[in-house]
Design a protein around this ligand. Structure first.
Ligand SMILES: N[C@@H](CCC(=O)N[C@@H](CS)C(=O)NCC(=O)O)C(=O)O
Length: 218
């Protein structure tokens, strides 16, 4: 039975689920759900009305981290986690870093204002975007730079859900016309660029960019 992912492709949290399924080579269908116009009964899939939600037969789940953890156990091939308790705790730490520290700035600050507001023909809160860029994000990027060093992945020697979560936040950041300054944070910039080039991510960026360009007539 095919899995169904509910949620708009431009959501970084929905994208996390799609990247994980692609990495695991698990087929899925996606139903586009705009969180601003939820279909009736969507709360049966996601009690608080947030995307993503996942349906797998009779199993229904919401929240990207919960969904990724479920997928990891259900489809253990092409692992995106560790058995080792400490390494796995670090994976969860960096997934939370992306979802709860980066997201308020990369997605709900830069992307929301520069892309979503424009799509809805609403005003961009320039002052908020500047605060994200100049005040909030630099210490987070310092932390990312310090954490990645010359490693390929953020935890251990394997691509994990932590890399997925970080990559996805910076996809939305790039849609808001921002890139990590490679002069100031060279290792973080190179790491994110490498992630964005992965076969599970690059085609999504191409598709989503085409969509944004079309909607915004750019
Ligand atoms: N922690 C959640 C965050 C999900 C989330 O905030 N999704 C946004 C879209 S990017 C949403 O549904 N917003 C609508 C709302 O909060 O009512 C996850 O990882 O799934």
């Amino acid at each position: 039975m095919t899995l169904t992912v509910y949620g708009a492709s431009l959501s970084p949290f929905v994208r996390k689920v799609c990247i994980a399924l692609t990495e695991k080579q698990v087929p899925y269908e996606q139903i586009q759900i705009d969180p601003a116009k939820l279909p009736e009964n969507f709360h049966e899939l996601s009690p608080f009305g947030r995307i993503p939600a996942l349906k797998d037969g009779d199993n229904v789940l919401a929240d990207s981290a919960v969904i990724l953890s479920y997928l990891e156990r259900k489809y253990p091939t092409h692992p995106l986690s560790y058995e080792d308790p400490y390494l796995q705790a670090k994976v969860q730490w960096f997934e939370k870093f992306a979802d709860y520290e980066l997201a308020p700035n990369t997605t709900f600050g830069v992307f929301r204002n520069r892309v979503l507001m424009k799509m809805m023909r609403k005003e961009c809160d320039d002052a908020f975007v500047e605060k994200c860029l100049q005040v909030k994000l630099p210490p987070l990027l310092d932390y990312l730079e310090e954490s990645i060093q010359d490693n390929e992945f953020i935890v251990g020697d394997r691509f994990t859900v932590a890399d997925i979560a970080i990559a996805s936040q910076f996809v939305n950041y790039s849609y808001g016309d921002e890139r990590i300054d490679s002069g100031r944070w060279p290792k973080a910039a190179a790491y994110v660029e490498r992630l964005h080039g992965r076969p599970s991510i690059a085609p999504m960026i191409t598709r989503e960019t085409t969509f944004i360009d079309k909607v915004l007539h750019r």
